[in-house]
Design a protein around this ligand. Structure first.
Ligand code: ZN
Length: 456
């Protein structure tokens, strides 16, 4: 009996792979024939290449016809297609709950959209379990970096409480700390100091009374949402109450003085603070657009009715706020685009992050939207793609993550157009390879179908 049980245990990962249609390079080499590579080491395409994947890594590539597939290899025809590194979603949310099933759904949505690394921005003890299960191959999902539970005005009332939380989260094994609004200069300083002492990075929001300058001085790993940027550029901000400024300064952004941007950008660059814009939030949630149009986006079918309605209501409520004036909000969104471009041109490093699931941002799908917003802001498609590939590898310190070269992790997307010409090509997915496991278009559609929610 014991023998049978241990055999079943050994078979478990393979059974799971078969169920979810992923083909693993730890069982057979994957040979992609005659494909255009988008290596992301510079702005170039390498045409007509064959590429071999073995045991989760890119083994080698070469001009079509030079390398020979083994007779057991799983061969994929890449003719006319483009192979690029998988994307990182650096502002993702995995449900912070005990139930694993909704977490797995979110992971699957990311993976089927070619998102092969995610940074979870609101942690939960179960996320540590999930991270281990992904690492061991028990669950198929994107590489998962996770914060602990949130530091905010409710969870941290005193400096001592903040310090104790840092100690506990470091001990528990979280990758970083997530800061939310509501911290004071005192509690924030205590958290930041303890985090540096214990060598655990902190990321996320900038609390209103802390302000972006204290945040920069304290050395955030990433400032997400460009939180605090616009507030710091509005003259007389000291006398404006937080509710009057609105989230990310949306109600006062039209008054921001762009002349204040260069000093801010220089400080971010000097302190090596990365920026995760989550531009999707302002373009979708805050924009004066008709909420009904956004609520009808095809990818919303993967979100349950309750959440969909909540999102719709939150956009409607915002538009009803007496402080909400469409022309001013448009200016604010335009200013954010300018800041994204200014980060790029000033050498502040950007990480791709859309914030999903979140108002009209559906996991995986919104990562591609975010890329398109960067291009709309003025980045070239190559620069935009770097934010989700090379930059992710550099930020996480994972060797060769986000590039195509021998020895690099086999996290790849096969697409049907040249993404350096049109950023929207990343959406035309022919197949995804995540940690050396392949899933093709037909199976992606079938898996997505299973995740559709019924009801209105
Ligand atoms: Zn978020």
């Amino acid at each position: 009996m014991k023998k049978i049980l241990s055999l079943l245990f050994l078979l478990a990962p393979i059974i799971m792979l078969a169920q979810t249609q992923w083909i693993s390079s730890s069982e057979k080499d994957i040979f992609i024939r005659n494909v255009n590579l988008v290596p992301m080491d510079s702005e170039r395409i390498i045409g007509s290449q064959d590429l071999i994947i073995r045991s989760g890594k890119i083994l080698q590539y070469g001009l079509t016809g030079v390398l020979k597939p083994g007779k057991n290899d799983f061969v994929i025809d890449g003719t006319g297609k483009y192979l690029m590194p998988g994307l990182g979603e650096m502002h993702a949310h995995v449900p912070p709950i005990d139930n694993m099933e909704p977490m797995k759904e979110v992971l699957t949505l990311f993976a089927l959209n070619g998102v092969t690394t995610i940074r979870g921005m609101l942690g939960h003890p179960q996320h540590l379990v999930l991270r281990n299960q992904i690492q061991s191959g028990e669950i198929i999902g994107p590489r998962f970096i996770t914060s602990g539970p949130s530091f905010n005005g409710n969870s941290v009332k005193t400096a001592e409480q903040g310090e104790a939380m840092v100690v506990a989260q470091k001990k528990a094994g979280y990758d970083f700390l997530k800061l939310h609004p509501g911290l004071t200069p005192v509690t924030f300083a205590a958290i930041a100091q303890k985090a540096h002492e214990l060598n655990i990075p902190f990321s996320g929001h900038v609390s209103y009374t802390v302000g972006v300058w204290r945040a920069i001085d304290a050395g955030y790993a990433t400032i997400d949402h460009m939180d605090g940027f616009i507030e710091s550029m509005v003259p007389g901000i000291e006398d404006i109450a937080e509710p009057d400024a609105g989230l990310f300064g949306m109600f006062i952004g039209y008054r921001a003085d762009m002349n204040k941007a260069p000093a801010l950008l220089k400080a971010l660059k000097d302190k090596k603070i990365w920026v995760v814009p989550t531009q999707c939030l302002s373009e979708k949630w805050f924009s004066p657009e008709d909420p009904g149009i956004l609520a009808n986006a095809p990818e919303l079918k993967y979100i349950n009715a309750e959440t969909r309605n909540k999102w719709l209501q939150s956009k409607k409520d915002l538009q009803q706020n007496p402080k909400y004036h469409p022309a001013e909000i448009k200016k604010f969104i335009e200013l954010r685009r300018k800041l994204v471009l200014a980060c790029q041109t000033s050498g502040v490093k950007i990480l791709l992050g859309s914030d999903a699931p979140q108002v009209f941002d559906v996991p995986g799908f919104s990562t591609h939207d975010e890329l398109a917003y960067y291009v709309a802001a003025g980045l070239t498609p190559y620069q935009a793609l770097r934010t989700g590939t090379v930059n992710v590898g550099e930020f996480l310190g994972i060797k060769d993550l986000g590039v195509i070269k021998a020895g690099a992790p086999a996290d790849l997307i096969l697409i049907s157009g040249n993404p350096l010409k049109s950023i929207n090509a990343t959406r035309n997915i022919e197949g995804v390879i995540m940690n050396g496991k392949w899933i093709g278009k037909k199976d992606i559609s079938a898996e997505l179908k299973k995740l559709e929610k019924t009801g209105t």
